[in-house]
Design a binder for this molecule. Structure first.
Ligand code: LER
Ligand code: MN
Length: 279
């Protein structure tokens, strides 16, 4: 039985977001229309805030164009509110988890299947011992994982580069956290841009993730569209096939020189590399 068509999603940030891969100055409606016309199957969203954009309105706008909303990101909790899972103040950590819970609810209402945990992990704080920070992080991710499980959603933990987050830079570190959290609703999300900085081998990291790999972000070495940097994606594809990856390919890229050119390069590259199916 051939695998269903490999979905390709485009990572969008809500207008006004402070996230550095912020979509070009397009309205979300415009970005959805262009993504659909370029042949994307789905989008992921970094909201500007809880319920911004409105989840039902986002779902309707996406579905009108034949797009699925695949996932939400929680980075806004850190970027817009300064709340993180490793904050020294227990009340700030509790608020961060509450906001992640509201992001899960928004994702459910938008028809998404996962919520990613990246920047909300935070950065080391002088008043927090490393061991305590790890314990706080595991406790917060576990609470989010329990809520996600109750809603039929997945928390995807994405190792990030050391310049953006202070914790969980590699697959090894992410697997240790998954082990500590030990919930089927908490899985891995990998990103070739981050792996190029932090891993000894991108293909090796994908193989190491194996069946825990729930989602993949693709970008080249310079976070531009794949094919516009120096990464060799051949070994990445081989590793995805070896682990039987059956998720989507998410293009999380800088929209340079402009949205159309970058997003167009992204989907053309993925389809030329993978065709319609990974298997
Ligand atoms: C988000 O998917 C990402 O890759 C990071 O830059 C922020 O968490
Ligand atoms: Mn990513």
């Amino acid at each position: 039985m051939p695998q269903a068509r490999l979905p390709v999603s485009l990572y969008l940030t809500a207008p006004g977001s402070r996230f550095w891969t912020a979509s070009a100055p397009l309205t979300l409606e415009d970005a959805l229309a262009r993504a659909a016309s370029l042949g994307y199957d789905a989008v992921e969203i970094m909201p500007r805030d809880v319920d911004d954009p409105d989840p039902e309105a986002l779902r309707a706008a996406a579905e009108r164009r034949g797009l699925r909303v695949l996932g939400f990101a929680t980075g806004f909790i850190a970027l817009e509110h300064g709340l993180t899972f490793t904050h020294p103040d227990p009340d700030a950590r509790r608020q961060a988890v509450e906001m992640a819970g509201r992001c899960l609810e928004a994702a459910r209402r938008a028809g998404a299947s996962f919520v990613s945990v990246g920047l909300v992990r935070g950065k080391p704080h002088p008043g927090v011992l490393p061991g305590d920070a790890q314990a706080h992080l595991a406790a917060c991710v576990r609470e989010c994982g329990l809520r996600a499980g109750d809603m039929g959603l997945t928390i995807t933990l994405e190792p990030g580069n050391r310049y953006e987050t202070g914790f969980v830079h590699t697959v090894d570190e992410a697997l240790a956290l998954l082990e500590a959290v030990s919930l089927p609703s908490v899985l891995l999300q990998l990103d070739t841009f981050h792996m190029n900085i932090e891993e000894a081998s991108i293909a090796g990291a994908i193989r190491h993730a194996g069946p825990r790999l729930a989602h993949l972000h693709l970008a080249d070495s310079n976070r531009r569209a794949p094919g516009w940097g120096h990464l060799d994606f051949g070994p990445v594809v081989s590793a995805l096939r070896e682990v039987g990856y059956a998720g989507a390919i998410g293009l999380e890229i800088l929209f340079t020189p402009d949205f159309e050119a970058a997003a167009g390069q992204g989907i053309r590259f993925v389809r030329s590399l993978l065709g319609d199916r990974l298997a």
